[in-house]
Design a protein around this ligand. Structure first.
Ligand code: LLP
Length: 400
């Protein structure tokens, strides 16, 4: 519990455990390889260059949702042919750049986008590789804001328009149809939604004769959840069960490439947010622990009411009930309400778990906060392009 090494580092900071990241990547890769599945990392979860470097070295492809993500991925060493590009609102320029970059495929989310992509491809005289993202109308049993597979969601082509989209691809000289894409939501912790996805995908694949139409890949998205309640006990998600479920429940020809887009499950547990207690304020009927990190560094509790485990690294005296809050001018700026912690005092250090995905990548500059430092833990060096770190110790890297 006592961590003298980090006492003197300027807070708040993200602490990334690159060894845990490596172990997670290696487990995911080895479970996927049992079935020949391919993993694309959803870069939106975390685009820290050192994390990307590890992911690239582990041989993963990339899943992007903006032109800048595609560019950044290529800049960081990911091969265009391993990059997929989804998103309901791609601009003309993003579509053009993606076609010219030679990425694996654009995951098209509407008939309207398909038509525009056809026009752009024709103008460029370059064939656009297209995968159709289908909205299968499946509940994903997760928070409403991160459910993407219900028909009322903005994502994917509605089932009733799929035939038209397939015919459009078939008749367009500048479009090559490669297959289907699904992504039903995020932080999914039970098997049922994934089983339902397999059944729906199997049905759709056969009903629409996707193999005959030239389909050669299916992308089943991401969504595998992590354990926010007990992150230290379950640092690595059960990739074995996840991939086995798809292996056992998806009935399409074995020659069709199976692709996945994992974000949170790969990076979520390797990051924590370390923050210092500024004040313990006696409020009316409750105690507020006011820390120097805010919703600007971790917005998930404010946005989704998400729970992140919090540990006091510098005290284990007794137990008290606190609201842990940040300094931002919003009442939604909290990390935990009515939570039990050891008696907490000014200058104590708190560790907020499970901040490796959708924390830094969703951080913002509200209240002119500015970016915070990062600290990496690793037992071996990543590449010569990151020469400044001394590994095996806590080494702060100034915010850029
Ligand atoms: N593929 C697509 C098309 C996606 O939209 C996403 C995430 C993923 C893959 C990766 O999903 P994952 O494996 O990470 O569940 N900010 C929210 C999560 C938003 C997820 C958006 N899409 C959160 O903090 O919970």
């Amino acid at each position: 519990m006592h961590t003298p090494e980090i006492q003197n580092i300027k807070t708040p900071f993200y602490l990334y455990d690159l060894d845990l990241l490596d172990a997670t990547l290696s487990e995911a890769a080895s479970q996927a390889s049992r079935y020949g599945f391919q993993i694309h990392y959803a870069i939106k979860a975390n685009y820290d260059p050192r994390i990307l470097n590890r992911i690239c070295m582990a041989g993963f492809g990339m899943d992007c949702v903006s032109g800048n993500e595609v560019k950044f991925a290529i800049e960081k060493g990911f091969k265009p042919r391993n990059i997929v590009f989804a998103g309901v609102g791609k601009t003309d320029l993003e579509i053009e750049d993606a076609i010219l970059a030679g990425i694996l495929c654009l995951n098209i989310e509407s008939l309207e986008e398909l038509e525009v992509t056809g026009l752009i491809a024709e103008r460029l005289k370059r064939v656009a590789p297209v995968v159709l993202r289908v909205n299968p109308d499946i509940p994903s049993l997760t928070h409403d804001y991160i459910a993407t597979g219900k028909k009322e969601n903005k994502f994917g082509i509605a089932m009733e328009h799929l035939s038209k989209a397939l015919n459009f691809c078939e008749n367009h000289p500048w479009i090559t149809f490669l297959g289907l894409h699904f992504h039903i939501g995020s932080q999914i912790t039970s098997p049922e939604p994934f089983e339902e996805l397999c059944h729906a995908a199997t049905r759709i694949w056969h009903d629409h004769s996707i193999t005959l139409r030239g389909g050669r890949l299916i992308n089943l998205g991401g969504g595998l959840g992590i354990d926010y309640l007990e992150p230290a006990r379950n640092p690595i998600p059960d990739f074995g069960a996840f991939f086995k479920l798809f292996h056992e429940n998806l009935y399409i020809p074995a020659t069709i490439g199976r692709h996945f887009e994992l974000g949170r499950s790969l990076t979520g547990q390797c990051g924590t947010l370390i923050t210092r207690v500024l004040y313990v304020k006696q409020g009316s009927g409750k105690k507020h622990v006011i820390v120097d990190a805010g919703m600007t560094e971790l917005i998930r509790p404010a946005l989704y009411g998400a729970m992140h485990k919090i540990e006091n690294l510098t005290s284990n005296d007794g137990i008290e009930t606190y609201d842990v809050v940040g300094p931002i001018c919003e009442s939604s700026d909290f990390f935990g309400k009515e939570i039990s912690l050891p008696e907490t005092r000014r200058n104590d250090l708190l560790k907020i778990y499970s901040c490796g995905a959708y924390a830094e990548s969703m951080s913002m500059n509200y209240n002119l906060r500015g970016p915070i430092d990062k600290v990496y833990l690793a037992s071996f060096r990543d590449t010569p392009s990151f020469p400044k770190l001394t590994f095996n110790q806590y080494s702060p890297v100034p915010a850029q």
